[in-house]
Ligand binder design. Structure first.
Ligand SMILES: [Zn+2]
Length: 52
């Protein structure tokens, strides 16, 4: 499930995040996604929902 406001590096929700490893960021804290990322994720989620 895509979360538009998830971490900009790994997409995990801020509440569940803590420290996570994800390339290319490596170990990181939750970080606000960019406006473009939020938009792209919302589009992706809409596409996913319309799929049978
Ligand atoms: Zn993350």
């Amino acid at each position: 499930m895509i979360n538009p406001s998830g971490c900009r590096w790994c997409g995990v929700d801020q509440r569940e995040h803590a420290q996570r490893w994800k390339a290319p960021a490596g170990w990181h804290q939750w970080e606000q996604p960019t406006q473009q990322q939020i938009k792209d994720r919302m589009n992706a989620r809409r596409t996913e929902r319309n799929r049978p």
